[in-house]
Design a protein around this ligand. Sequence first.
Ligand SMILES: Nc1ncnc2c1ncn2[C@@H]1O[C@H](COP(=O)(O)OP(=O)(O)OC[C@H]2O[C@@H]([n+]3cccc(C(=O)O)c3)[C@H](O)[C@@H]2O)[C@@H](O)[C@H]1O
Ligand SMILES: Nc1ncnc2c1ncn2[C@@H]1O[C@H](COP(=O)(O)OP(=O)(O)OP(=O)(O)O)[C@@H](O)[C@H]1O
Ligand SMILES: NC(=O)CC[C@H](N)C(=O)O
Length: 716
Amino acid sequence: MQIQKGNYERIMESIAVAKSRGATLRVGPELEIPGYGCLDHFLEGDTVLHSWEVLAKILSSEETMGIVCDVGMPVVHKNVIYNCRVIIHNKKVLVIRPKMWLANDGNYRELRYFTPWTKHRQWEDHYLPRIIQATKAPFGDAVISTVDTCIGVELCEELFTPASPHILMGLDGVEIFTNSSGSHHELRKLYRRVELIKEATLKLGGIYLYANQQGCDGDRLYYDGCAMIAVNGRIVAQGSQFSLTDVEVVTATVDIEDVRAHRAKSSRSMQAAAAERYHRVEVDFALTSGKFDEVREEDLAGLIGNKEIPVRYHSPEEEIALGPACWLWDYLRRSRTQGYFIPLSGGIDSCATAVIVYSMCRLVAQAASRGEVQVIADARRMTGEPEDSDYLPTDPREFANRIFHTCYMGTENSSAETRGRAKQLSEAIGRQGSHSILYAASASDFFLFSYHVDLNMDSVVTAVRHLFGFVTGARPRFRSQGGTNAENLALQNIQARLRMVLAYMFAQLLPWVRGKNGGLLVLGSANVDESLRGYLTKYDCSSADINPIGGISKTDLKKFIAYAEDAFDLPILKSFLDAVPTAELEPITETYVQSDEADMGMTYDELSVFGRLRKNEKCGPYSTFTKLVHEWGSFLSPIQIAEKVKLFFFEHARNRHKMTTLTPAYHAESYSPDDNRFDLRPFLYPSRFPWQFKKIDEVAAVLPDRSKQADKTKTE
Ligand SMILES: Nc1ncnc2c1ncn2[C@@H]1O[C@H](COP(=O)(O)OP(=O)(O)OC[C@H]2O[C@@H]([n+]3cccc(C(=O)O)c3)[C@H](O)[C@@H]2O)[C@@H](O)[C@H]1O
Ligand SMILES: Nc1ncnc2c1ncn2[C@@H]1O[C@H](COP(=O)(O)OP(=O)(O)OP(=O)(O)O)[C@@H](O)[C@H]1O
Ligand SMILES: NC(=O)CC[C@H](N)C(=O)O
């Protein structure tokens, strides 16, 4: 069984696969030697040193002969660190191309480690380190001239800029563009990437090779691969977006004559004739054979690659099922832990987290059925099977049963419905037959099925309440029992917080209970909208090791559950969709049942709107109000809209401090409030926004009320 490989082995494998398919040009992802996610480690000399060591190994290998390879690493040129592509051929560095337009928005901080190369269309000598068997190589904005065509580099973000390098390179005769990316997944983002690639090559003519990193690189991002090859505005090959496979090579045999034909246009030629020239680094190598008698049959078959293929876009529901699942798998294998633990409440959020783990188990089973050795080896380690055992995780439920643990922690406020749903879901996902029952205590407050623990924790809650009463002499009561808001919240929060403590206890010891070694990672289930509104208890089960749904909206999560009901054959999911979301922390009375949207004073759909306006549209309270007067004015009065906007900003600001301790979550949504990397804002606000709210009130008071007009037209 193979041991875990590193980037060197993965790069070499991709080159070998490319060569075996007859490829003469190979492109890998951005900074592929150290990995894109090194972040501040790019500032360390060690990262650059080890990258050169790996490059030296790649260069010295016979395996890399007869193919042009475009690999990525940081390079220090005259004491400045650049994010570079190193183009190599037959053991020689042809050119080093530094990135010119760095990614610095949202999750990206490239300007923190790298400096952009600003000498456009200029190059200079770079003196190579001694471990490379040559003294110098050209460094800068130059292109490669082979015997038969011309290749230029465009680096990830450069495609996203208005003045992309491919425009000037294309006008100067570059026919093939390589784009190496470190681009992360966000729901519905692939459309943008594909449109940009299509548009680039449709206007200009050309072949575009897009390579992107795939997997979790040690932080909140999932890089979603989807390598592509485009010709003149048509996508002709596409790789997977989500996969557990470490190395995936996408190839196509394309006809350069198509590019030339596409470019034979008068207006383009007029611009091209005036284009400034790029320095050409010449290499005595042809990408094409040039002789028909040397064309292999499989190459001709590959020419089908010149035909457009329909681009595969996953629906957002599939994206939720696959992206976080792959991220969870990478996290599990890199952290070398034994599985996941979820506090399962019977509500939709922890249910979605559980279904994502199940989706991960399905992906593992599919990969194992295909015989993917690395996945099988990782699964054996996680489950405590010996490396040379014949265990194959080909059944997702059986595998889930081994690595996935759920727990319902009931109190006197819990209902039979939530308890029942949690149990049924865990059984649907992972229980298999009677032998999976490890232990069933006779006491009614502790049942342990295979991996689902169903317990009551009232004795623990009562102990803490008694302690508090004993020390202070005061006994807090729920609101329904005549208590104040403060008492009511404190009594809820202590239940929620104790669940977190119990969750960690069980996560640490359940493998031991089952006769295994190691521990489990605790998963959190706070969604993006709750975090935005601060509708969560700090340090309750929203605090966990990682959270696969922390970047996903409630609306999308519900759609995902509806999708998974059929796609994963889990009929129990319907009952989660039908249930009213409730925290079940207050006593149910004849006149009161706790419900999320009533508690929050706004709906989840409204929260998504506020979230997008605040982050994506960059609106403060006042412009949020003016935008919503247009959007909602036909059914709400300006005064009502003003009240909603003020409530949202008040609650968001008041609870912003909770974002500083938010469990690291998979980044999936562009309006994520993640304070750590993505949404950098203060966490202590004057949350009544006196200046802004006053202005909103003044404008709301004088604006006409269109909601009444709509009513009037309806009645007329
Ligand atoms: N400015 C500030 N900077 C730093 N920390 C600050 C702070 N202000 C308060 N704090 C700290 O935070 C604490 C308040 O936060 P916390 O203890 O979380 O309590 P709090 O936010 O007051 O209450 C929990 C919230 O979650 C809701 N809830 C409860 C249960 C379940 C669910 C659900 O999702 O279904 C929702 C509940 O309705 C309520 O709105 C304070 O006691 C203080 O320790
Ligand atoms: N009875 C319970 N048993 C186990 N875990 C629970 C229970 N109640 C809550 N939790 C955990 O605490 C988290 C936060 O609880 P909360 O009541 O705020 O749920 P929520 O955010 O609405 O999520 P859900 O939809 O999963 O109930 C839940 O996602 C779940 O992981
Ligand atoms: N690494 C990069 O340059 C990535 C930037 C680009 N905007 C993206 O999200 O894909």
